[in-house]
Design a protein around this ligand. Structure first.
Ligand SMILES: NC(=O)c1ccc[n+]([C@@H]2O[C@H](COP(=O)([O-])OP(=O)(O)OC[C@H]3O[C@@H](n4cnc5c(N)ncnc54)[C@H](OP(=O)(O)O)[C@@H]3O)[C@@H](O)[C@H]2O)c1
Length: 326
């Protein structure tokens, strides 16, 4: 089968499409084997190409945390069967391949209304955002959510999900006007530019500030994000695409009664068996009914895996990025 492979740790340029072995028959007997139609691309894939992610597999390896496709075979006791349209989580690597074998608990039925390309952009970001907003961020009905990196994968996911989880208003923070359009299309109530976002947020909220900040960027925006919180507000630490890991002077938390909250979804799922299924039970009807709209991904062919991954590293990605394999 064909698969994207990271062959050297010197960036996305070294990603090649190669012929590799399909999952073995032993794997196929115990796991759900899926013919992959589309695979999601996320920022950790870019980090993996440079050996900068906490998970460091042996070279060469196939990146990709999430897929959408059709079940080829499944164990008799699995909740899916051959022919079913499904989504799947590899969680860390292996998704950018024509065939993937996954444990049944990481396979979910794909709602009929959602295409394979859009589906491949759902699980990794939407489940992270749902975990961050609900479980860690305690998002309450009627609250206002500020979203950094709002035209990216996590960002567009936060804009799509937050209203369904109770937010009355979402304020998107982006670096360019072109990205502002992407954030609006994902449902942002307001869009502000990263440069000077603190003043813009103050004005939009009448000086009150926001209840929750979704922060996949970190870096030098962090202090202004804290200053943008209303009393009782929560800043959700999701990632550091800005490069720098910020530090916090805790007197700010005390003086303003605000929280900085870590939101590491992958680690949480490993320490909370059954949590993925609970998450899907909430998300699936929202997606199937259209209350949460499907992602509108930018789609690259598998042959352009290197360019697709590079677009995240180069900050050019337009919304969620997905590879088409079939
Ligand atoms: N905590 C978790 O469980 C979890 C789960 C999934 C992903 N993550 C993390 O979440 C972060 C976002 O992932 P993603 O897939 O959403 O990435 P993405 O699609 O590339 O979006 C990231 C956004 O960050 C902004 N950004 C600011 N400075 C940047 C820079 N120097 N380089 C690149 N982008 C920059 C960009 O928006 P502007 O240009 O508009 O500023 C971009 O749209 C990553 O750090 C990822 O590892 C965490």
């Amino acid at each position: 089968m064909r698969a994207a492979q990271i062959t050297r740790l010197d960036g996305p340029d070294a990603v090649r499409v190669a012929e590799v072995e399909e999952p073995s028959s032993a794997e196929g007997a115990e796991q759900v084997v899926i013919d992959v139609h589309a695979a999601g691309v996320a920022f950790p894939d870019a980090l993996l190409t440079r050996g900068l992610y906490q998970y460091k597999p042996e070279l060469p390896f196939t990146p990709g945390a999430e897929i959408a496709g059709v079940v080829r075979s499944a164990p008799a006791d699995a909740h899916v069967a051959a022919g079913d349209r499904v989504l799947g989580l590899t969680m860390l690597s292996g998704g950018m391949a024509e065939v993937v074998a996954l444990p049944a608990e990481r396979v979910f039925p794909l709602p009929d209304a959602v295409s394979f390309e859009a589906g491949a952009g759902i699980l990794f970001n939407d489940l992270t955002v749902q975990f961050a907003l609900r479980t860690r961020g305690r998002l309450a009905e009627g609250e206002t959510v500020l979203v950094h990196g709002a035209a990216g994968g996590i960002g567009t996911s936060a804009l799509r999900l937050a209203p369904a989880l109770g937010a009355a208003r979402t304020i998107a923070v982006v670096s360019t006007e072109e990205k502002a359009e992407i954030a609006r299309a994902a449902g942002a109530s307001d869009v502000v530019l990263a440069d000077g976002f603190r003043d813009a947020v103050k004005e939009i909220t009448g000086g009150r500030g926001v209840d929750v900040v979704v922060d996949p960027v970190g870096g030098d925006r962090f202090t202004d994000s804290l200053r943008s919180l209303a009393v009782g507000g929560r800043l959700l630490v999701i990632g550091f695409t800005g490069g720098e890991i910020p530090t916090v002077k805790v007197n700010r938390l005390l003086l303003n009664n605000v929280d900085v909250v870590g939101a590491g979804w992958g680690a949480w799922t490993f320490s909370h068996p059954g949590y993925l299924q609970e998450q899907w039970a909430e998300l699936q009807p929202l997606l199937a009914s259209g209350v949460v709209p499907a992602p509108q991904p930018e789609v690259f062919p598998l042959e352009q895996a290197a360019q697709a991954i590079a677009s995240l590293e180069n900050r050019n990605a337009k919304g969620k990025v997905v590879l088409k394999l079939r």
